[in-house]
Design a protein around this ligand. Structure first.
Ligand code: AMP
Length: 302
């Protein structure tokens, strides 16, 4: 089934204990779309500047990624720069230059308006809402990501946006900040009252936890000896998760559980190299092999 993503397409400068890149393709929508395209066709809504060339476009072309909704504006693309400490869970944002992203008003091409699965990447909640309003009919699954900036800065707009959302995908700090509850199970109950009936908590190297009204499911992160660059792991997770759901077209419990595993599988490839490099060249075979290893990693007898 059709899958739409709205979010940032950016240039990133990244420094980790294992290396440094000055300018590489990044942005939440880039990671999401590349991840999801391994499972299903994806439609992107984002804005880029004049510095976004055929070279960057080439990363998306030749895959099942529709760029009709990629707006070109005059000026520079969104630029983000970050540095990771030795434990890689901590990151310092060195620069956020919104550039053309500052005036981004997502407009859905008519051909996108029937999308059945929608991922609202981390942008202004008012814009996230405006995307849902442009849809011809309510999507089967709408998922939303957000961050501390919007949780504390525009809480009312976020509350409004959450009313029409099925799956909220955020990290544990954001979950606690949003709900005022430290305990994640209690926090989930507070989230259910806001609208979403499923909360997916991304926990970096500790994997991810799904709290659904009727069940809980936990998936580890794949144990890797070397993590080169954790940037985009969360968006890749979301892409694998939503891409898998859209490819199956159902959201029953077994499908949601598998989607969590595929999210973690894709995220684990992203962090193996800087930027989107590994995510862009991982094969179906490698994804399937790692999914089998997840099955072994977590199997046990009662
Ligand atoms: P993640 O590591 O999953 O948080 O995603 C990192 C990506 O998000 C980077 O490629 C950045 O370009 C992008 N990013 C960073 N800050 C923002 C922001 N405020 N709004 C939208 N995208 C952002």
């Amino acid at each position: 089934m059709s899958l739409l993503v709205v979010g940032s397409v950016a240039f990133d400068a990244i420094e980790t204990p294992l290396g440094k890149v000055d300018r590489t393709l990044g942005g939440a929508a880039s990671y999401f779309a590349l991840a999801a395209s391994h499972f299903t066709p994806v439609r992107i809504v984002a804005v880029v500047g004049e510095d976004f060339t055929k070279k960057e476009e080439g990363v998306f072309r030749g895959r099942k990624i529709n760029l009709d909704g990629l707006e070109r504006a005059s000026g520079k693309s969104f630029f983000w720069s970050g540095r990771y400490s030795t434990n890689m869970n901590e990151r310092t944002t060195l620069a956020t230059e919104l550039n053309v992203f500052a005036n981004f008003r997502p407009t859905l091409p008519v051909s996108y308006r029937d999308s059945r699965f929608v991922f609202l990447g981390n942008i202004d909640p008012t814009l996230q809402r405006s995307v849902l309003r442009q849809m011809k009919s309510k999507p089967k699954v709408a998922a939303l990501d957000t961050m501390n900036y919007w949780i504390s800065g525009t809480p009312e707009a976020l509350r409004q946006a959450l009313k029409d959302i099925h799956v909220l995908m955020i990290n544990d700090d954001e979950t606690r900040q949003l709900t005022g509850e430290h305990n994640l199970l209690r926090a989930a109950k507070a989230v259910f009252k806001m609208g979403p009936r499923t909360l997916v908590i991304k926990r970096g190297e500790h994997g991810a936890l799904m709290i659904h009204e009727k069940f809980i499911f936990s998936v580890p992160a794949f144990p890797l000896e070397e993590v080169h660059d954790p940037t985009g792991a969360g968006d890749s997770f979301a892409g694998g998760f939503m891409g898998y759901l859209a490819s199956v077209g159902r959201i029953d419990e077994p499908t949601l559980r598998s989607a969590m595993v595929y999210g973690s599988v894709v995220g684990s490839f992203t962090v193996e190299r800087f930027g989107v490099e590994r995510l862009a060249n991982v094969t179906r075979r490698e994804l399937a092999a790692r999914a089998r290893r997840f099955s072994k990693l977590t199997a046990f007898r009662l």
